[in-house]
Design a protein around this ligand. Structure first.
Ligand code: R5P
Length: 296
């Protein structure tokens, strides 16, 4: 393993410390303050001279502020003589804007990636990045980039907690088929992928006919934000008299009371990770990231 240190931004401190604990990689501390006018300030405490530094940042809730904070941390580390910067982004924002849906729109996924590179990043690790129109990370980044997946851990966790014999794995939309297939292979159940139309920031329509002759359903998606997507799928499954509906989702943004709404819609359990700090955090992705960094 090369001489490595871990640094963190405020979006991923807890996860960075979990990875450090598992891997034994030393952590350098970030001291952060915000000036009265909203500008951010960071100071890194530790010795990184000659070392590669894995900088953890999860871009949920305030991606723009967190990106600036990340860039400040990278600049500080460079000035302290580190040899290389690996950006570890458990949740990478703006990935869903992977198309100019109307004239005059930016290609946000690419813009965000370019800003990360311009900040001085040499390599990127992400977890279950939303890759849809861009099929892989090489199409988004021009530096080495690896997309790790939490789906195997999530699927194994589900299998330990469920005994349903007639189970169906359900994806809400075509982009979810990549995660649905992964989970389907591990769980060994029939998979169905529905169709989704987004009719507003908080409204979606889910359609698609499926033979729903099963006892239990497991919805699989990369993220839950307002919860609308999952709620529409839950309604469809409950309408087909499926008794138990669970969901596994890597990134639990759960904005605007989404978890309460999901439970009210009849969701039995939401199995998720700590890529984004949230109240559930059933499974930690720390072992996945520790393994990837220890291979360096
Ligand atoms: C988009 O295609 C994603 O995979 C998710 O399905 C979506 O972002 C979930 O958002 P929400 O919870 O707001 O419906």
């Amino acid at each position: 393993m090369m001489d490595l240190a871990i640094a963190y931004g405020s979006g991923a401190e807890a996860l960075a410390r979990r990875v450090a604990q598992i891997s034994g990689i030393e952590v350098v501390q970030t001291i952060k303050k915000v000036f009265p006018d909203g500008e951010q300030h960071v100071r890194i405490c530790g010795d990184v001279r000659g070392k590669e530094v894995a900088v953890f940042q999860s871009f949920a809730f305030s991606p723009d502020l967190l990106l600036v904070e990340y860039a400040l941390i990278v600049d500080a580390l460079r000035s302290m003589g580190c040899s290389r910067i690996t950006g570890v982004f458990p949740y990478l924002a703006y990935a869903r804007q992977d198309n100019r849906f109307s004239e005059g729109e930016p290609l946000s996924a690419k813009v965000f990636a370019k800003l990360i590179e311009a900040a001085g990043t040499d390599e990127v690790y992400a977890i279950d990045m939303h890759l849809h129109r861009f099929r892989n990370m090489e199409e988004v980044f021009s530096i080495p980039a690896t997309n790790l997946s939490a789906m195997p851990l999530l699927a194994e966790h589900y299998m330990r907690s469920s005994t349903a014999s007639r189970l169906m794995i359900v994806g809400p939309d075509s982009e979810s088929s990549q995660w649905v297939e992964k989970v389907g292979r591990i769980v060994g159940s029939r998979c169905v992928v529905l169709e989704k139309e987004r009719v507003g920031d908080r409204e979606v329509k889910v359609s698609g006919e499926a033979k729903m002759d099963c006892e239990a359903a497991l919805i699989v998606d990369d993220m839950v934000s307002t919860g609308k997507t999952l709620i529409e799928v839950i309604k469809k499954l409950k309408g087909a008299s499926i008794g138990r509906v669970d969901a596994i989702v890597t990134h639990a943004l759960l904005v605007e009371d989404a978890y309460r709404k999901l439970r009210e819609a009849g969701l039995n359990s939401l199995i998720t990770t700590d890529t984004v700090p949230n109240m559930l955090e059933t499974v930690s992705v720390a072992p996945i990231l520790a393994k990837a960094l220890m291979k360096k």
